[in-house]
Design a protein around this ligand. Sequence first.
Ligand code: KIV
Length: 276
Amino acid sequence: MTETGKGRGALQEKPLSVMTLADMKRMGEKITCLTAYDASFSTLVDRGGVDIILVGDSLGMVIQGHDSTLPVTMEKMVYHTCCVVRGRQRAFVIADLPFMSYPEPNRAAVNAARLLREGQAQMVKLEGGRIRAETVRHLVTQGIPVCGHLGLLPQSVHQTGGYRVQGKDQRAAETMLEDARILQDAGAALLVLECVPAALAKKITESLAIPTIGIGAGIHCDVQVLVLYDMLGITPGKRPKFSKNFMAETGDAFSAVRAFVDAVREGRFPTEDQSF
Ligand code: KIV
């Protein structure tokens, strides 16, 4: 039961807000998130009971066929966010600020406002630690909810030299924990942890009041997110270790989404095999 006396069933019927998500963390309820990029999949994911839809700049890879997220533009993010928002009724929608759309606070505010005004997203996500604190504070001051993103940062792939697990040594782990606290203090309301050792993600999750969204970050994150096409088994090439093809055992896309939702809520996904 929530503090307002409403159980999970009641929460599920109403459109989710940033307050509901914070409430779910406080109550220890597992939260589900999938990416979507168009209205049809948005409706399917929403009806399947997913709590958050992320319009990720992963669309650069899975929709546009690029080998990174870097070519994704603001125009494309606005277009796909509009499509997703039209398809959903209940899920909370987060849209990614693409590469170089937030080099400083004022530019970030202009672009984030486009995602909220034209795209009708409810929150924007940006990558990076303490160097983003001023930007996060500025956006939040303008009334724009922000989700941070630590660990593997796909927009910095050329700087990090590839898609690798982050925060493995003690110094990097301490820096990530500090960055997480700094982003929360700056006003971030959610925080993605991508490809982070499960023990570190647990420590960060326990030390923050805001929900953490894990992808390759172990079972202890408050939210679990997967790229939709990975969990449907339709991404070409090798599936990441942390993902799971839910369609292989269910046979259709809607049942795969339901199976993901059930597995996360019941603490059956991710397993140790899908963690670092
Ligand atoms: O773009 C995306 O899909 C993401 C998730 C992998 C978290 O940022």
